[in-house]
Design a protein around this ligand. Structure first.
Ligand code: SAM
Length: 278
């Protein structure tokens, strides 16, 4: 049964006061929030405003958030600032080390627990470690799942073949991604939210809609799509300074440059989940 308890701390009698909580599907965030321990020096990290919005809208204080692609820990840092417990998983040991330092540097005014595990989110062994950590903290299930996977191979995050950015084909990438959803979905309470953050890619003269493919993968795993938000996207370090060249290429090649990515919201349904491997 879906929980009927409130899933956030917003007081709807005071709804007019929550000016900074987004309710439209077009997210023009502009600059990333660099307060606290957040920095923007990791390729492919997301703006802290994304986990901030998701947590304030879809969790209550002292609830638990999971992030299977934790990167440099943006979700975990934001969870500390907002008083949510959080567990992240990250494959790259060097990134884990830096992220742990950053997370520890963030003040912890609500005395919440934060753990970053080094591991492969595709593997069931990792999920068992997450479950053990949850149980140690007294949680049977989590209240929010945030997924910010690599956008297939547009940024190579490591040389590790288990890294989703090294998946040899689009099909392999999607299969690994769906396995992560399948692994983590049982850890989420029914009636609670999954947030997916992803952009599309361009390959072989074709727009590859990673957003829609991954959206379908989440739906197949027993989630109902609640919203697709389109967020403004700022140039990656690699493309910065090459703006006019890319404009020229776009005009010549009859395509549009990426100016957006997706922040999608799904709710976990009570139906049984499919296994990806069968
Ligand atoms: C788009 S980044 C996430 C960035 C993160 N949201 C942040 O703000 O720092 C994707 C991350 O997934 C990690 N990753 C890739 N494959 C993985 C896997 N199989 N298991 C766990 N992490 C993985 C990469 O190392 C990379 O840090």
């Amino acid at each position: 049964m879906a929980s009927r308890e409130p899933i956030n701390d917003l007081d709807l009698k005071r709804w007019r006061e929550y000016d900074d909580i987004l309710t439209d599907s077009l997210w023009l965030l502009g600059k990333r929030d660099n307060q606290g321990a957040h920095t923007s020096d990791y390729w492919g990290n997301f703006a802290p405003q994304i986990p901030n919005q998701a947590m304030r809208r879809f969790t209550r204080q002292s609830e638990l958030v999971l992030d299977p692609f934790a990167g440099q820990g943006t979700t975990l840092i934001e969870a500390r600032r907002l008083g949510r417990h959080a567990i992240g998983v990250e494959l790259n040991p060097t990134v884990v080390e830096t992220a742990r330092e950053r997370i520890e540097a963030q003040e912890n005014p609500y005395a919440v627990q934060t753990a970053l595990l080094e591991g492969d989110s595709v593997s069931l062994e990792t999920v068992e470690r997450v479950r053990c950590q949850m149980n140690e903290w007294g949680f049977g299930q989590a209240q929010l799942l945030i997924l910010h996977p690599p956008y297939h191979d547009i940024i190579a995050f490591s040389d590790d073949p288990r890294d989703l950015s090294n998946a040899p084909t689009l099909e392999a990438f999607l299969k690994q991604f769906e396995q992560v959803v399948c692994n983590f979905a049982p850890l989420l309470e029914t009636g609670r939210f999954l947030t997916l953050v992803i952009g599309d890619k361009y390959a072989g003269g074709e727009w590859i809609p990673l957003g829609f493919y991954t959206m379908e993968a989440v739906r197949r795993q027993g989630f109902r799509l609640k919203s697709i938000c389109v967020k403004d996207f700022h140039e990656t370090r690699g493309k910065r300074g090459q703006r006019s060249l890319w404009r020229y290429r776009a005009l010549k090649g009859n395509f549009y440059l990426f100016g957006h990515e997706y922040v999608m919201f799904f709710v976990k349904m009570a139906t049984a989940l499919q296994s990806v491997t069968t």
